[in-house]
Design a protein around this ligand. Sequence first.
Ligand code: NAP
Length: 244
Amino acid sequence: MSAGSFASLDGKLALVTGGSRGIGRAIALELGRAGAQVVLSYRSGREEAEAVAAEIGGRAVEADVSDSASAKALVDETGELDILVNNAGLTRDGVLARMSDDDWHEVLETNLSSIFYTCRAAARPMMKRRAGAIVNVSSIVGLRGNWGQTNYAASKAGIIGFTKSLARELGSRNVRANVVAPGYVRTRLTDVIPEDATKTMLAATPLGRLGEPEEVAGAVRFLCAEEAAFVTGAVLLVDGGLGM
Ligand code: NAP
């Protein structure tokens, strides 16, 4: 591989869930700039998603990935996927004693069941073609836990176990499955974190700052590309050192 072809994704078809904003937006742009043909999904942010798609000549598709049928249709209609990035996610924070069933189920369905739905739909065609790269976006919270986030931590820890199992199942067919676990990254999701909680977190982060969505996107691109051909079942922390 020459330096000129570094991380090229020319000719690859990629699906990025939750690509309308934040980290998913940065991932879609990064894969598009690396040469991939990108389909990005959104649930409510149509205008934002279409703007991202326009920037890279991609396509924005509405889908609720927490719904089994919608997630399957998204994958099936995208076409023969080379790359699947499961990024869509949300938080519904609250201490356990006061957490509603709805907040538990919405987070588990959106963050974890969605990945089961999309990977199940994508795995068979990838296995048949003996090629494919899956990247699932977890979180440092899935490794360390966090006050007020039992639902979110469970979903993000689940992604790690799920992905490692998938890597074992698909490896013999040359399909790779990896996790990127971001620390605290500047997006709408983290805008709502109270200032004192942010200060505490930054104090525990060796690099002493929040991450940027583009910094997560670079790690995802690496895991999708030929440079990572021998990497599967890995959990790549992109967290300023918070999780070590
Ligand atoms: P964000 O700005 O809130 O973006 C979330 C994205 O997910 C949006 O595109 C949203 O689409 C989409 N989405 C949510 N529910 C969906 C559903 N049911 N079906 C389809 N799409 C759905 O969040 P972010 O910070 O970029 O987070 C992206 C991922 O990184 C999440 O999995 C999050 O847990 C993870 N993460 C973030 C951080 C951080 O510090 N920001 C740290 C660790 C991990 P619509 O806008 O169209 O609804």
